[in-house]
Write a protein that binds this ligand. Structure first.
Ligand SMILES: Cc1ncc(COP(=O)(O)O)c(C=O)c1O
Length: 457
């Protein structure tokens, strides 16, 4: 253990690189079947994987999954990992919870898509209203689409063409949210492929928690909608400062701007999301990923005022395609999976278990960090925990981006995998599901402490 607190750069890069290389070799040697299967796959998929994110894991080749159940995921080589990534939230309630499995299997015998409602759909509508408090809902297939459609409604009814996002945001592959601040100036997000438009013409961007900047950006009265997560989760987690959400609501209201809360990740907070737990009052609400337990589905809801406004708009709208809706959205498999998720899985009881586990994990990680006097911190939103290899708390997206230490995080990630714990690849995110046991949590803490030991030695 060192005498003085370490700065992130005080861990010598050679030590990080050596750890990563040794762990990569161990990962590879332990998985001959996966390695061979991945080699074969390259011929058939662009870049060797069916979706390019699958190559973004800091592993020599992906963990090729044989099966996943509860909070355990098993690869082709039969190696089991405690899964704290849980599909980056899609499986936040564990892999294939029994009520969802039953419901999906039942529906699979009754037809997979009709472009018509089913009995499950009627019940789903009631459940959505009860859980989240908004009275008017639509179903989409991804949270990306739900956000896109909600933004379209906001622009249509307000007659304003601009939206506002917070720096560091992520709301799925929604083009108009793909902007960043660079040295305080709005720019297209670096790395976008095939984007020739200047997205900053219609998207304003300010830092999260910066209320004076928000006020200035809304002052012209031309912003249709602010879209935000209640807590920024895309980079390292950024929590709202006290009063931020009250003032955000007030300022948007004053300037005739709608407020869209995207709960796709922060649903980790509780059964009604961060919105219900903290009494937020959004005009529109989006939830994707875990809402159907991993079956592709998302929901977007609106307040009575926005729904009535939309109805009036539709009475005068010229006929033709609205630009919203996709053929497989609102299909009976989604209804069945969402009905089971909302009524039998997203329960107070399950959340109580998840949050108790997450608190245990938070305590364990924080203790290991303190023991090694590392200048790192732990952030948590309900069942979602992150260790961040920089001091905290972080106040905005710029600080969150600067807090990333890619090489160090990659070395920790692969070291955890080799010790039996899988965490999210893009940030150091860990989810505790109702199926996650204290044993799995304690193993993750012990693994993390062991790695911290090596790094800080
Ligand atoms: C906050 C938030 N909203 C929306 C999305 C998009 O979800 P999907 O990829 O399912 O469209 C994500 C994905 O990570 C997200 O983090």
């Amino acid at each position: 253990m060192s005498e003085r607190p370490l700065t992130p750069s005080a861990i010598p890069p050679q030590r990080i690189a050596a750890l990563r290389a040794a762990e990569a070799a161990a990962y590879s040697a332990a998985r001959p079947l996966s390695r061979a299967a991945f080699g074969d796959g390259i011929a058939n998929f662009l870049g060797g994987v069916p979706m390019h994110w699958m190559k973004d894991w800091p592993l020599p080749f992906p963990f090729i999954v044989r099966e996943a159940k509860g909070a355990t995921i098993t690869c082709l080589d039969g190696i089991k990992l405690d899964d704290f990534c849980l599909g980056d939230t899609g499986s936040m309630f564990g892999h294939s919870p029994a009520p969802i499995g039953r419901s999906v299997a039942r529906q699979a015998r009754r037809g997979l898509t009709y472009m018509l409602p089913s009995e499950d759909a009627l019940e789903l509508g009631r459940l959505l209203k009860d859980k989240f408090g908004l009275p008017a809902w639509q179903i989409a297939t991804t949270a990306t689409d739900a956000n896109r459609f909600a933004l379209r409604v906001a622009r249509a009814i307000t007659g304003r063409d601009k939206i506002l996002v917070f720096n560091g945001c992520y709301h799925g592959a929604v083009d108009e949210t793909m902007v960043r601040l660079r040295d305080g100036k709005p720019v297209n997000r670096p790395g976008l492929a095939g984007e020739f438009r200047n997205l900053t013409e219609r998207t304003r961007i300010v830092e999260f928690n910066d209320l004076p900047a928000l006020e200035v950006a809304l002052a012209d009265g031309d912003v249709a909608c602010v879209i935000t997560e209640p807590v920024l989760t895309n980079s390292c987690m950024v929590l709202p400062e006290p009063g931020f959400h009250d003032d955000l609501r007030e300022l948007t209201g004053q300037h005739g701007t709608l407020l869209l809360i995207d709960e796709t990740h922060t649903i980790s907070t509780g059964p009604g999301g961060y919105t219900r737990a903290h009494g937020l009052e959004p005009d529109m609400f989006v939830l994707g990923k875990p809402v159907a337990g991993g079956v592709p589905a998302a929901v977007w809801g609106m307040s009575a005022r926005v729904a009535a406004w939309w109805s009036r708009y539709c009475e005068t709208k010229e006929p033709g395609y609205s630009g919203m809706g996709t053929t497989l959205s609102a299909n009976p498999l989604q209804f069945a999976a969402m009905r089971a998720t909302l009524s039998e899985v997203m329960t107070e009881q399950n959340y109580a278990r998840m949050i108790a586990g997450a608190e245990r994990l938070e305590r364990g990680l924080a203790a290991a960090i303190a023991r090694h006097r590392l200048p790192w911190h732990v952030a948590r939103v309900g069942a979602r925990v992150e260790f961040i290899c920089a001091p905290g708390p972080l106040r905005n997206g710029s600080e969150a981006e600067a807090a990333h230490a890619p090489e160090l995080e990659a070395a920790i990630h692969i070291s955890l995998v080799n010790r039996g714990s899988l965490i999210a690849p893009f940030h150091n995110m860990m989810l505790v599901s109702p199926a996650t046991t204290n044993r799995q949590i304690d193993r993750l803490v012990a693994n993390f402490a062991d790695i911290a030991d090596r790094l800080a030695a």
